[in-house]
Design a protein around this ligand. Structure first.
Ligand SMILES: Cc1cc2nc3c(=O)[nH]c(=O)nc-3n(C[C@H](O)[C@H](O)[C@H](O)COP(=O)(O)OP(=O)(O)OC[C@H]3O[C@@H](n4cnc5c(N)ncnc54)[C@H](O)[C@@H]3O)c2cc1C
Length: 247
């Protein structure tokens, strides 16, 4: 195979069977797929599902979803925040079920961890389903024995929007270098965790932000706000500010 053919090869398409499916929070679904033979990926990458229209299954369009599982885990895990009326939202909440075969192209994207030698301390920031690729990074890094300090600031709007709190807390309890900061932007009066925006919580809980490498994922407005804060106020070089927008 020549250099040229390697670089013009289309991203392959895979078929994968849905092995589990459940609602895990208000408008948030989690599902797993059996990893198809020949498919491999790096933590932080995404796939492009071929999403049929509910009313006409032959009308198919691509929708991107980050792989939330780590490469070292046996199945592919996804989490979807449903946008009411959206194509993927309707497919996931109304059609997808255990046993279905789904088509996707991948792996895609370069929201991967930089080489370990280049980054000494990590800060992960996510809103809602933006936590997906960060879960992949954290689980994989810990699996590889990574002992660098890592903080995850994970924010959703309300108490009923929160998911994976138990599994992320268990991970943090099992690994002294991982610190979890669960945050609500519109908390109930009974909420005991952090409140506000992820970038403000980061300033409350992290001592020297300039030392951190940032991995931020979520809606474009939040990602933009974090990037500006990281570059202009925390003075983090742009090579250490990594982001993925869920447009
Ligand atoms: C690299 C990448 C990774 C991503 N990973 C994830 C992930 O892991 N998890 C995740 O949840 N999302 C992820 N996203 C976002 C995801 O790809 C979709 O954009 C998102 O799920 C919305 O797609 P949709 O087909 O449901 O909405 P679309 O059909 O694209 O509609 C877009 C908007 O229009 C509105 N709309 C459309 N039709 C109607 C209608 N008839 N009536 C009312 N409103 C309507 C929808 O509510 C929605 O807000 C990712 C995006 C990118 C770029």
């Amino acid at each position: 195979m020549t250099w040229l053919s390697l670089h013009i090869m289309p991203t392959p398409t895979f078929t994968a069977r849905c092995t589990s499916y459940r609602k895990i929070a208000h408008d948030v679904y989690e599902f797993t797929l059996a990893t198809p033979q020949g498919f491999s990926f790096q933590a932080g990458q995404f796939v492009m599902f071929q999403v049929p229209l509910v009313e006409s299954r032959s009308d198919v369009q691509g929708r991107a979803f980050s792989i939330a599982s780590a490469p070292s885990e046996p199945e592919l895990l996804f989490v979807a925040k449903i946008k009411q009326g959206g194509r993927a939202g309707r497919w996931i909440s109304e059609v997808l079920t255990v046993g279905d075969d789904v088509l996707f192209q991948g792996p895609l994207g370069n929201f991967t961890l930089a080489p370990k030698a280049q980054e000494q301390q990590l800060l992960f920031l996510a809103t809602c389903s933006g936590v997906a690729p960060l879960r992949s990074h954290i689980v994989e890094a810990l699996h590889q024995g990574d002992t660098r300090p890592m903080d995850l600031v994970f924010c959703v709007r309300k108490d009923e929007d929160l998911f994976w709190a138990d599994q992320l807390s268990a991970l943090a309890q099992a690994h002294a270098n991982l610190h979890l900061h669960l945050t609500l932007s519109q908390p109930s009066s009974s909420w005991k965790g952090h409140t506000g925006h992820v970038q403000d919580v980061a300033e409350e809980v992290i001592g020297n932000l300039a030392e951190r490498s940032i991995y931020v994922c979520g809606g474009p407005e939040m990602v933009k706000a974090v990037r500006i804060r990281a570059l202009e106020q925390w003075k983090i070089p742009k090579e250490r500010v990594h982001s993925e927008d869920y447009v």
